[in-house]
Structures are given as structure tokens and as C-alpha cells.
Design a protein around this ligand. Structure first.
Ligand SMILES: Cc1cc2nc3c(=O)[nH]c(=O)nc-3n(C[C@H](O)[C@H](O)[C@H](O)COP(=O)(O)OP(=O)(O)OC[C@H]3O[C@@H](n4cnc5c(N)ncnc54)[C@H](O)[C@@H]3O)c2cc1C
Length: 465
């Protein structure tokens, strides 16, 4: 029976004043009864607009209809046919701009909570010991083609999974000590528990994928050396991990971090644990510059690391913030202070060259710029200082230039993104493919996964498999 409630079934969350002191997951997921009630809100409309909104075309009405009948294993199996990482996507995809943004129920109420239901099915399958990753492959013949994947973020993982399923011997080379890319070094535990990412990586291992961590391609081996080694194809999914800075006075002071460094120390290097040896400044007052998901994650981590005051400093207004609405909402609930239409102009240090304050000026929005967003302009005479002990800059990242600098024939554009041909995945170097943030610049998990799959399909086609 259809559930015609206009509002979605709410999902329980940890209380803001409790969760902002620990790193446990904020959103607690649906129960089976709640999942059935929410899935029953789907009208199964004729043209399936929700599927158009999904970059990997998950068969949404089909899995919702199975979930509405309580057939969770079957629902999960449907999702897995097109999405290799549903437990991840159900948690971090910007569904409001994708599937849920197109849901017909959203016209006269709230859209069906597709992301929450995707998460529910994946969690249910994991809890009931269903296989969470790629199906096991038979032992591969010695002469199976070898493919190298550079980077183990969502692009690399989805590419590796599809290649392994189709009979390739895949080696994933990862610069860091743990696989997962941004899913492990950037997105905090309280949004995406790392056990979920490791389960996916383990499933790929079981499917025959080899992971070689602590291996920086371009340093440990070059792309040319991998080709000489006999890898029939190479996929580059090296992301966009090079932080950008604003270029203002004081960025060299002690206590100024890029968000990537700060999040890596806190998340990947577990600085939040009492037993961790990772050094990180436990500041009392923190300014986070930026308005995207990365800024929200950094601010919420800083709060959990014990800061009393954490400011988000963003030069446009809340409407223009690129962060997901949910992340902004959670950050506000947790006590993060928003200084909108505010732009930093200098960071000041004390006699020990440690951060002591930041100067900001007020902004107003003028005419739209090339991005279509209204351009912020400084209000003359509006500058003032905020006392802080740490500044975290989350103002964007670019691909690291190492691979293009060490690989003759591999071209990149002026933003440092790898150039791909019309097929969207072949680079300018024969036998080398690329996808994810390394090609698009900082984007989303689901787009990186889609690119990894598209590249795998192209590689398999080239190998005649
Ligand atoms: C803090 C943060 C929060 C985010 N939140 C969201 C969100 O809520 N929702 C969402 O959809 N997206 C989010 N994103 C964006 C999303 O995570 C990325 O778009 C996505 O991870 C890109 O995937 P990728 O596989 O291309 O690259 P990455 O995830 O960056 O993985 C690339 C991997 O390649 C490795 N590598 C790089 N160079 C080399 C080399 N030379 N040799 C070997 N290995 C190398 C890196 O160490 C890394 O592990 C967030 C990003 C950040 C930083």
C-alpha cells in the first residue's frame, strides 16, 4: 500500500550537544519498519525521473518497491548492479541535487528519502553478512591481462572492481598507507564510518584485487615503468588533493592548515583518539575559511577536537554555499558560528609566530560573475579582527602535478586536470586512462565512481574482454 504522507520518515540522529564531542556517526539510519514506510512513499512514476538524476542510473523505483515489501536483500542486489559503493553513496551523495531533486513527491511535499533507503539496504546487507563488494572471481589464469590503477579513491575502487569482475589482474597503487582516497583521509568518521570503506576494500581483495599502499606513482615507479613492467592498461584516479591557499598575509604562521592536511591528521592519522601519536593543534578558537563540504567537515572536526569557538568564514551568503544543506544544518546544530558575507584579508601571529587573530572584511553581493553566482565585493571600511589560534583554509584543491610532470605525453589543462579525449576516459598517452577528480577537478564521489566504471568498460573493450 502506498504511503501518501507528504513528509518523509525522519531519521534518528545523535543529539547535537553529545555528538559534537565525539566522532561517532551522526545519522543513525532507519529501522526495518521505517524503511518500509518510507519506501512505500514511492509512486513508481512512469518515466522514473529519479533515475535520470542519478549519475550511475541506479534502478531506484525497482529497489524501492522491493524495500517496500521488506525484500531488503533483493533491493540491495538491484542497487549493486549499478553502484559499487551504496553504503558510501547513501551517506555522502548530494541526493538533493540528484535523484531526490527529481522525485515527483518533492513537488507537493518532501521527496522520497532515496539516499537514506540506499544506505539502509546496504547496511542491512552488511549486518546480515551479505556480500558487500564485487562477487568473487574464479582464480584468474596466469595470462590474464594485468591492469594498474593509480589511486584508491572511489574512481580507482570502482574501476578496479569492474576490471576484476571481468577477468583482469588488477593492482591498485596508493600513495597513502590506507586505501580509500578522500573516503578515508577527508570525510570524517562521524559522516562515513571507516569500517564501511574497509569492508568495500576487503571485498575487492577477495575478488582478487591487489593493493600496494605507500607507493607513489611518479616517485616509486613512473607510468612508463609500469607500462614496461607489462601492465596492459593503466587507469589514473589520483584525485585532486593539492590544496590551494588564498595568498593572504600570515599563511606561513604556525596554526595555519589547509583543510586537507588538518582532516588527514584528524581522520586518517586518527589524531582524535587518545592513543594516537599524530601531532595536531588543539586550538580554542578556530577560523575555517570556505563554504563547501570540506569546510563543514573541518569545522565540525575542530569542534570535536575541543575548540570552544569555531567560525565558518565565507565571502558569499548561505544561499551560495556549495556545501550540502544537511551538512550546513548539522554544523549549525553543533554550534559552529557562521560569518557569512565575510572575507579574510590577513592572518596575524604572536611573538612565537603562532596564529593569534584574523582580519576579515564585510562583503556585499554585486552582479553575477562567470559562475553565475553574484560576485562578492568588499564593503569599504568594514574590516575587523577576530581572535583565533588556528586557521583552516578550505578554498579548493587541484590535482597534484607529479604524474603529469613525470609522464611524457600526459597532458593536462591550465587547472592541472588531465586532458581526456572525446570518449571521456582516454588520456593523451596511449594505454593510459583517467577519471574522477584528476580529470574534473574536485567534484563528487558518485561522479568519480561513474568515471572509474566508464574507464573500466573502455579498457575491457580495448582488451577484447
Ligand atoms: C573533506 C571532503 C569532503 C567531501 N565530501 C563529499 C560529500 O559529502 N559528497 C561527495 O559526493 N563528495 C564529497 N567530496 C568529494 C569527493 O570525496 C571526491 O570528489 C572523490 O573522492 C574523488 O574521487 P577520486 O577517486 O577521483 O579521488 P580521491 O578520493 O581523491 O582518491 C585519489 C587517491 O589517489 C591517491 N594518489 C594521488 N596521487 C597518487 C600517486 N601519484 N600515486 C599513488 N596514489 C596517488 C591519493 O592518495 C588518493 O588516495 C569531499 C571531498 C573532501 C576532500
Amino acid at each position: 500500500m502506498k504511503n501518501m504522507q507528504k513528509t518523509r520518515v525522519p531519521m534518528k540522529e545523535a543529539a547535537p550537544n553529545v555528538r559534537n564531542t565525539n566522532f561517532e556517526e551522526v545519522a543513525l539510519g532507519y529501522t526495518e519498519e521505517e524503511a518500509i514506510a518510507e519506501a512505500s512513499r514511492c509512486l513508481d512514476c512512469k518515466n522514473h525521473p529519479c533515475m535520470e538524476g542519478c549519475p550511475v542510473s541506479v534502478r531506484i523505483p525497482e529497489f524501492l518497491s522491493l524495500a517496500a515489501e521488506g525484500k531488503f536483500a533483493e533491493a540491495y542486489a538491484v542497487i549493486k548492479t549499478t553502484n559499487a559503493l551504496p553504503a558510501v553513496c547513501g551517506r555522502v551523495c548530494p541526493q538533493e541535487n540528484q535523484c531526490e531533486g527529481k522525485c515527483v513527491r518533492g513537488l507537493k511535499g518532501e521527496p522520497v528519502a532515496i539516499g537514506r533507503l540506499e544506505r539502509f539496504c546496504a547496511d542491512w546487507a552488511r549486518a546480515h553478512s551479505q556480500h558487500t563488494g564485487s562477487p568473487k572471481t574464479e582464480k584468474l589464469p596466469e595470462n590474464a591481462p594485468r591492469v594498474a590503477v593509480v589511486g584508491s579513491g572511489p574512481a580507482g575502487l570502482s574501476c578496479a572492481g569492474m576490471l576484476a569482475q571481468n577477468g583482469c589482474r588488477v593492482t591498485v597503487f596508493e600513495a597513502l598507507h590506507a586505501p580509500g582516497g578522500v573516503l578515508v583521509y577527508g570525510i570524517p568518521e562521524f559522516r562515513l564510518p571507516k569500517s564501511i570503506v574497509s569492508a568495500e576494500v576487503e571485498a575487492l581483495r577477495e575478488a582478487g584485487v591487489e593493493f600496494r599502499c605507500d607507493t607513489v606513482i611518479g616517485r616509486s615507479y613512473t607510468i612508463d615503468e609500469l607500462q614496461e613492467e607489462g601492465y596492459a592498461a593503466i587507469f589514473i584516479g589520483s584525485g585532486a588533493g593539492l590544496p590551494q591557499f588564498m595568498g593572504i598575509e600570515g599563511e606561513g604562521l604556525c596554526g595555519v592548515y589547509s583543510a586537507n592536511e588538518y582532516l588527514t591528521r584528524v581522520n586518517l592519522m586518527k589524531a582524535y583518539r587518545k592513543d594516537a601519536m599524530t601531532p595536531v593543534l588543539r586550538a580554542r578558537r578556530v577560523a575555517v575559511i570556505g563554504g563547501g563540504n570540506v569546510a563543514m567537515d573541518a569545522a565540525r572536526c575542530a569542534k570535536r577536537m575541543g575548540a570552544e569557538e569555531v567560525y565558518i568564514i565565507y565571502r558569499r551568503g548561505e544561499e551560495e554555499m556549495p556545501a550540502r544543506r544537511e551538512e550546513v544544518h548539522h554544523a549549525k546544530e553543533e554550534g559552529i558560528l557562521f560569518k557569512l558575507l565575510t572575507n579574510p584579508t590577513a592572518i596575524h601571529g604572536d611573538e612565537n609566530a603562532c596564529v593569534k587573530a584574523i582580519t576579515v572584511e564585510k562583503m556585499e553581493l554585486g552582479e553575477p560573475d562567470a559562475s553565475g553566482r553574484r560576485r562578492p565585493q568588499a564593503v569599504p571600511g568594514s574590516a575587523y579582527e577576530i581572535a583565533v589560534d588556528a586557521v583552516i583554509e578550505a578554498v579548493g584543491t587541484r590535482p597534484n602535478p607529479l604524474l603529469r610532470m613525470t609522464t611524457p605525453g600526459l597532458e593536462s589543462d591550465r587547472r592541472g586536470c588531465l586532458v581526456v579525449r572525446e570518449d571521456g576516459v582516454s588520456t593523451t598517452k596511449e594505454g593510459v586512462f583517467a577519471g574522477g577528480d584528476a580529470v574534473t577537478g574536485a567534484a563528487t564521489v558518485i561522479l568519480a565512481m561513474g568515471a572509474g566504471k566508464a574507464a573500466a568498460a573502455k579498457i575491457l573493450e580495448g582488451l577484447g574482454m
